[in-house]
Write a protein that binds this ligand. Structure first.
Ligand SMILES: C[S@@+](CC[C@H](N)C(=O)[O-])C[C@H]1O[C@@H](n2cnc3c(N)ncnc32)[C@H](O)[C@@H]1O
Length: 396
């Protein structure tokens, strides 16, 4: 088996629990390998660190699968890990029929995401190594959870292109099925696997449910970057009088309409297809005010080098959002950029509130991604979502 030697920094990170090695941490390679092969990883001093998939064409050059020399990387290993990951969601976390079943390296399954929506599993593979086991993975999912009848592969997007993998979106195994209805707190949602990511953003589940307790009859709510209406539908179901959903995707807004109908709240919903920046500017100009504003944008920072520019976009969105919140209203603001940590996010919102002339009080403890997207304590790559629930008062 080919060998890869890593520098002291990468070795220390692995010893602390990291499961990936960036290209810049590799100092030497020995033997032949192709993208997706398994290689052994060593320190400069020749100490064995682990085994994993290699992809010399990717910035993440090695994704470790095991730190044990004797463990064999084969379909039996992945089958057992998928079974364990599913059991963790059901037995420890108490999830039932809709949950993230596998969250990549946090489940020791690098490059594999599996979201379960009732009888459909939607999978994303973002490493060449895992791609080779695609069908074994699909079989293992059905074996771990016999209620699953369809494995849909949603293998599209940037991470695939970065690894040099083709983009595919189709049923990989089982029945041709793309849609199902899931329950989340008091709300129900149609999940269509052909939507964004795996079809639905399960990571905000607990934050969406947490919103319900702040909604009072008569409230006006604005959900910016609504996608299929995650926060908006919860607000309407909880009794808000008027809920406005804004998204630039016409498909997403059509889905908000369908979800509103499903939940019997269509009479209290309004929809805007458009860019959040322009739509909010227009609302500010008209002097509109809301009791609750939700901001859940896409990741504005994809790479560390874009941090400054991305933080500026978060600042602009939040500065606009704050101007639309009534005195004594609530702002729910989120960032799913892994490179923006909680401190940077807090600094951004403090700066935006100062400019908008608002005081902010933290209503909820700092919130993050749902627990079925586990944060591996030793791996900061597994922690990405930040959500703040803020009480907003005018500085007078
Ligand atoms: C992270 S998702 C929101 C998820 C949603 N809150 C939920 O709970 O399901 C981000 C959404 O922002 C939308 N989006 C991206 N850029 C936008 C823009 N400039 N203006 C409006 N919407 C945008 C995308 O279409 C996507 O639906």
């Amino acid at each position: 088996m080919a060998r890869v030697t890593v520098d002291a920094q990468a070795a220390r990170a692995i010893e602390k629990g990291a499961m990936i090695v960036f290209k810049k941490g590799v100092v030497k390679t020995e033997g032949d390998f192709k993208p997706g092969d398994v290689v052994e990883v060593y320190t400069r001093g020749g100490r064995f660190l682990g085994k994993g998939f290699v992809n010399p064409d990717s910035n993440i050059m090695i994704r470790l699968v095991t730190k044990d020399r004797d463990t064999r990387i084969n379909k039996e290993l992945f089958r057992e890990r998928i079974r364990k990951a599913n059991e963790y969601r059901k037995k420890v976390l108490g999830y039932d029929r809709a949950y993230r079943m596998v969250y990549g390296e946090a489940d020791y399954l690098p490059g594999l995401i599996v979201d379960r929506f009732n009888e459909i599993a939607s999978i994303q593979i973002s490493s060449v190594g895992m791609e080779r086991f695609k069908l074994d993975v699909a079989e293992a999912i059905m074996e771990a959870e016999p209620e699953i009848e369809t494995v849909f592969e949603k293998n599209t997007g940037r991470s695939r292109r970065r690894e040099g993998l083709p983009e595919v979106e189709r049923v990989l195994l089982g029945k041709e099925k793309y849609r199902t209805i899931i329950r989340e707190g008091k709300a129900r949602f149609i999940v269509d696997m052909r939507g964004q990511k795996t079809g639905f953003f399960l990571d905000q589940r607990e934050n969406r449910i947490a919103l319900e307790k702040y909604i009072r009859p008569g409230m006006r709510v604005l959900d910016v970057f609504s996608y299929t209406g995650g926060f908006a539908i919860h607000a309407a179901v909880a009794g808000a009088e008027e809920v406005v959903a804004v998204d630039k995707s016409p498909w997403a807004i059509d889905m908000v309409k369908e979800n509103a109908k499903l939940n019997g709240v269509s009479d209290r919903m309004r929809y805007i297809v458009g860019s959040a920046f322009g739509v909010m500017e227009e609302m500010i100009r008209k002097g509109e005010k809301f009791d609750v504003v939700i901001l859940d944008p896409p990741a504005f920072v994809q790479h560390e080098k874009d941090l400054k520019r991305g933080l500026r976009a978060y600042f602009n969105i939040n500065y606009s959002g704050l101007q639309l919140v009534k005195d004594g209203g609530i702002l729910v603001t989120a960032s799913c950029s892994q490179h923006v940590d909680m401190q940077a996010f807090k600094d951004m919102i403090i700066a935006a509130s100062a400019k908008a002339g608002k005081f902010l009080k933290l209503l909820e403890p700092y919130r993050t991604q749902a627990p079925d997207h586990p944060i591996l304590m030793a791996s900061k790559d597994t922690e990405y979502l930040k959500a703040l629930f803020l009480y907003v008062e005018d500085m007078k």
